[in-house]
Design a protein. Sequence first.
Length: 106
Amino acid sequence: MNIRAHFPQFVALALAFGLTCLALAAPAQAEEVKRYRPVVVQSGDNNLYPPKVLIVDTRDGHLWLWQERGKRDAQEGVAETQLIYQGKLAPGRAAGDVVSATKPRK
């Protein structure tokens, strides 16, 4: 078998294989991008303080709160950035189900 004579076919086959692998990997990567959803939570009705962002893990139900501490227009900038784990959500059976409750402190 003369490899030089069939070289263009080998290149085309290798290119097709590589593009197929990339095409199959793209949906999996896109699914991971959709896994985490940000929800902006504004503090009050003004923009004096930076908004907080609730990050929702749509696959496993974990929640994080990302926030910056300090005034938005401060000369020295934002003092601190925090990422606080809020817990894991539990699914209910129907709308309005109480899935977890805490007793009030006395």
